[in-house]
Design a protein around this ligand. Structure first.
Ligand code: NAP
Length: 289
């Protein structure tokens, strides 16, 4: 990598930040595209968030990704945010356009693109069950709702968060049936019939936890999807695979949301396959590269 006086800076704000795979993924893409740019991790503590955002302007940083815990807290510091990010209530990408800082959210669209690219799966007219009502689930729900599913159920441990989310979005997508439920296996069991896509958008699975749903109540052609990518094969996906369901892991969403951010910063199409290979290399990889 050649750094010169002309090299443009990209990066990611988060706390903690050591675990991120975005620098490896983006720097590989930057190299393939032959760009004079570098992507750096920035450990930004919550109390320093405002100063860090101001530094994007004062240091002429081209753009940053934003991760936990700043995705919502950072919004008041920006000049404007996209309509989609406003509905989601969180951003994961900032673009510095000549000193104007604009926030976007590429997580949900990244998820939908990953489903299309990897499985050629279209949610239009289908029933979708989303587990979780946190930041990632909000982004996914908005992007999925735009695709015109018939029904979406949002099931969350804290049911009030699921109800609030559904209440907020119902008015925006009047043609999509939306229901909020608790993440209670006995209750969810009766709602599994007819599901075309089950998405785990909770953090369950990161530490080896299962979801506890009776998957055998799902139709045989249900796609079981998990956005957790560490581990790549969560207990949910392992169980779904053993039962013969088509499975979809969180790697594609990670790569696609990054590719969409890179496009916002550079206007270029990202080398998806290279980014995917690099992330796989750094994950505890059960697949051959
Ligand atoms: P978040 O805003 O903190 O939301 C966490 C969600 O998980 C909430 O719905 C929470 O329920 C639920 N949850 C946490 N612990 C639980 C437990 N023990 N039992 C049941 N539910 C539990 O986090 P997020 O940003 O949405 O991220 C969620 C997951 O998605 C993380 O694992 C993250 O790594 C992954 N993710 C992946 C990608 C990707 O590119 N593949 C992108 C973003 C996020 P409550 O509301 O009840 O607390």
């Amino acid at each position: 990598m050649k750094i010169s006086g002309k090299t443009k800076i990209l990066g990611i704000f988060g706390y903690p930040i050591e675990h991120t795979l975005s620098p490896q993924m983006h720097n590989a893409a930057i190299e393939v595209l032959g760009l004079d740019m570098v992507y750096l991790p920035f450990e930004v503590r919550p109390e320093g968030l405002g100063i860090a955002v101001e530094a994007i302007r004062s240091l002429g940083i081209l753009g940053v990704n934003v991760t936990i815990p700043h995705k919502s807290a950072i919004i008041p510091y920006l000049d404007r945010i996209s309509e989609e990010a406003r509905v989601i209530g969180a951003i994961n990408t900032i673009v510095n356009r000549g000193g104007e800082l604009i926030g976007y959210n590429t997580d949900g669209e990244g998820y939908v693109r990953s489903l299309k690219r990897e499985l050629d799966f279209d949610v239009k007219g289908k029933k979708v069950l989303i587990l979780g009502a946190g930041g990632a689930a909000r982004g996914i729900l908005v992007s999925i709702a735009r695709e015109g599913p018939k029904d979406v159920i949002v099931a969350n441990r804290t049911i009030t968060k699921a109800s609030t989310l559904v209440r907020e979005l119902k008015g925006l997508f009047p043609d999509v049936g939306m229901t909020a439920l608790g993440l209670i296996p006995e209750i969810l069991k009766v709602h599994l019939g007819g599901t075309a896509l089950l998405i785990n958008a909770t953090s369950l699975g990161m530490r080896g936890e299962g979801i506890g749903l009776p998957l055998d109540a799902l139709p045989g052609d249900t796609v079981v999807s998990d956005i957790v990518y560490k581990p790549l094969i969560t207990p949910l996906l392992e169980e779904a695979s053993a039962l013969g369901f088509i499975t979809h892991n969180g790697l594609g969403m990670l790569v696609e949301q990054g590719a969409l951010s890179l496009k916002l910063w550079t206007g270029l199409d990202a080398p998806i396959e290279i980014m995917r290979e690099v992330v796989l290399k750094y994950l505890d990889n059960p697949y051959p590269i």
